[in-house]
Design a protein around this ligand. Sequence first.
Ligand code: IVH
Length: 685
Amino acid sequence: MTHEQAPIDTTRMSIPKKIAARAAELREQLHRHAYQYYVLDDPLIPDAEYDRMMRELQALEAEYPALRTPDSPTQRVGGESLDAFEQVIHRVPMLSLDNALDEEEFRHFDRRVRERLKYDGPIDYTAEPKLDGLAINLRYQDGVLVQAGTRGDGVHGENVTANVRTIAAIPLRLFGEGYPDLLEVRGEIFMPRQGFEALNERVLKAGGKPFANPRNAAAGSLRQLDPKITARRPLSFYAYGWGEMSVERLADGYRDSLRHLASWGVPVSSEMRAVPGVDACLAYFADIGARRGALPYEIDGVVVKVDSLDEQERLGFVSRAPRWAIAWKFPPREELTIVEAVEFQVGRTGAVTPVARLKPVEVGGVTVSNATLHNIGEVWRKDVRAGDTVFVRRAGDVIPEIVRVVLDRRPPDARPVELPRYCPVCGSDVILPEGEAIARCTGGLYCPAQRKEALIHFASRKAMDIDGLGEKLVDQLVEKGLARNPADLYRLTLEQLIGLERMGGKSARNLLAALERSKSTTLERFLYALGIREVGEATAKGLARRFGSLEAIEQADEEALQQTPDIGPIVAAHIAGFFRQQHNREIIQRLTDEAGIHWPDVEKPDADNLPLVGKTFVITGKLSQPRDHFKTLLEAAGAKVSGSVSKKTDYLLAGEDAGSKLVKAQTLGVTIISEAELPALLGDR
Ligand code: IVH
């Protein structure tokens, strides 16, 4: 069966024969030349000639859109954006590999293979580089790429066909003849080193965060919902296997099967070799290890496979990995360098994290100049100090980390790292409550690093409920300098708002009205809106009930705070730390005095007088609000809320469509109440 010409289909009937033939010819030529260029690295025509043919085909397709088939080379530029990826099912599961981490483990693999095959001579193995990218399944129907799916859990992957079509090395249509009607090609999508470096340079120039390694870059590029973005990423592909096929086999051995794939235009690694027996494997491993840095792509080891498919069948699988293959990994890359400084960064949520600034060093082909230290405890545990010589590793090739300090080389004046007392961004106190790993800036309302997060939280539904003030708007307000803290929101004017993107007169007026409405609130909502670390709705409610007024909470010390239900030493430290900051208190004062945020007095109930102390509730069925809302209300009134109905249950709060819990409560004689009956029990008027 040959596929030199596109099959005629009825949608093309209105296209003049000559035009259809010319389009088919151009498609064919462009496929051939792309293969010569991207796969064989051996172009036969000048780039300009290729571009000319591409433009001619684009022009024909523009005039006769029915010519624009999914396998047309013009489709490499990327089509429509998706909202989400659909699922693909791999009928032949995509497996993973067992690892060998050193020679001994590799020899163990070989021994097991020989034992199982009851054969004592050298096994005919095939070795290839283990590419550091992500696995893909390419489904060809009658030679045309119809679907590309990621590995996912091995059976359910993501349909990334539109993105994969943009990868020039992947044939949209197979060449030659003899391929099965249905052929699933499996292999690795990866980003060659050069392309990776160029991409990171681009990202850095645009002010973005660079990818940690080529694998992340490849995965990130493939998982773009907009194929046009993938199209701009320098991705490539090598095949290392197959999945579902309409034939039993392509050949008797693995290498020969891959040679068939190669003859149809599928890229196969030029480093694939026959390696008979362990010694040949060891030599291959050493050789490719020595050339690793010079290869145009990142590899993290070698994959060794039993070549004979009969033998593969006899060996079979254990759970998710075949017994006939092994990934022999290179040892993690470690290099020595010097810590120039340990600095602290403040995250969006106020986490103060140490980062080691390193003398730049190349680790496994990537220049490393920073290493995260996660938290201050780790700095102390590893005893990393400025001036130290350290081992840096890119393990699993994620973010570089400091493995250990070379103490012999420590300069005599190297001082232990101290947690800064004040936030390096805003100058507020930094606290590290006992038992916590992460130190935090307490200037939540004021700190520029936390500005956006603070505003988004303040406006959110369960906080001040400022309708229309979402993340995008907060971004704009902060970037234009119109809001640095929540109090600034109440100074916004109609003119300022109308000047913003996507903000017409109507939405601006609506927002101002929502801000106005939000001024009338409750103490617990206001407390929650302040975004104090660990103070969720329930804690805010507890505080409001226990202290009755904002002033009382501001003045409470940690011990007094701990008298509130659910507040232990850590939460108390966060609350007290927050109110100690003059900056925060000033903003709170502006919110109440200047903006006029107010709330009704809170009746301060005596703890023993809570109406539902000692009562156990279970909540079931559909209610007007999420269950957590009712749980918070009940707990604040002293009740316990349990997940299942038992003899100890006092009340079942049942909404619509209540099921088995309702039946059980009825059998046990538990009092059943509806949402409407709740206020009376809570003692609300
Ligand atoms: S064979 C049934 N060969 O490594 C065996 N995998 O750790 C299926 N990989 O998911 C895999 N290079 O993404 C094979 N030459 C190679 C490979 C390779 C990279 C990846 C692949 C697989 C993972 C397993």
